[in-house]
Design a protein around this ligand. Sequence first.
Ligand code: ATP
Ligand code: MG
Length: 402
Amino acid sequence: MSAAPILPGPVEGRRLATLGVMGGGQLGRMFVHAAQALGFQTAVLDPDPTSPAGRASDVHIATAYDDEQGLAQLMQRCEAITTEFENVPAGALATLAAQRPVAPAPTAVAIAQDRIAEKAHFAACARDTGVGPAPYAVIEAEADLARVPDRLLPGILKTARLGYDGKGQVRVDDRAALAAAWERLGRVPCVLEQRLALRDELSVIVARGADGAVVHFPVQRNLHRDGILAVTEVWSGNVPDTLAQRAVAATRAIAAQLHYVGVLCVEFFIVDDGSADGALVVNEMAPRPHNSGHYTIDACDVSQFELQVRALAGLPLAAPRQHSAAVMLNLLGDLWWRDGQPVTPDWAGVLALPGVRLHLYGKHTARPGRKMGHLTVTAADAQAAIATARVAAQRLGIAPWR
Ligand code: ATP
Ligand code: MG
């Protein structure tokens, strides 16, 4: 990363600095919104001509991620480039990084792309933080199946690469199921994780600058359904202080030991260990803003996307402050279907509620399990946020969670 910041607004009274993003999904779209609000121009590279971020961006380069001409165009347009998803081809990021500041660095993204490398990093950090991954084994060849210790079963077999929203994961109860699942996943490199009895799930989002300065958001408490984030709740006191402090410390260490620049989210499990608060286990990291941080747009004075912009541009990272209790509800494509018939969710009904902010990502087709948008409920206190979120969920047909 270059030391001089990239400043927004007209440079020398003439042209606007441009920030680029690899990927055109909703995370890229919210990055674009934040960059534009600060006075930057944006360029998005995504092959889909109707991508959510591409449509919001000043410039949309609609080529494949590894298309040489597309990458050349992006470099020519942009002062600095980030990514909105971890599965950008590593070679493409390396090409960009040879000529432009790229944050996070391709080496950090490569680790987050691969559960085997990611878990090795967590295990190394655990020597300092005391917070490690779930017990696991690497499965790369037939012989690894026989070496799996009994204690990892029942477990979850996860592909090392390209998993998201619970895709590429199979729950296995015994050795026969494990062998069959690995076969079904195409014998690709995998990790087998012990299936833990989760008491809770948390996530921590930090932003780290090239100078090593780190700021963090409050610890998020997350509810997943079918492997997909469903609800995030954030207010003071929702996570015990000691647990929250340990999770933040572990996330800072994970970022620092990667020499990370940008926004990083680390997901944690809480499991019973006999103590009152339970023990922390680190699950996975995302080298970018995260779904569990969408509430920061409406409930914090600086959002995770603005911090991504600032970190990329080398601008100061002011510590964010949460000013409202928040409940975030994910809006999956399922809401557009009832008994096999297409329906339109009752947006007017939820917008009538106080403190509700609706964010739809501009996706044309609603499919079950597809993230179409989210809704943030903010209020002066947790009780009010929960009460409103319950009514909103009921009006939209989202199952109650409390
Ligand atoms: P994301 O969309 O967050 O990238 P992913 O597909 O990479 O998801 P994970 O975060 O590994 O998947 O798992 C998704 C969810 O499945 C977790 O949030 C948790 O609810 C459950 N899960 C994953 N691993 C375990 C485990 N070892 N024990 C119990 N539950 C687990
Ligand atoms: Mg996850």
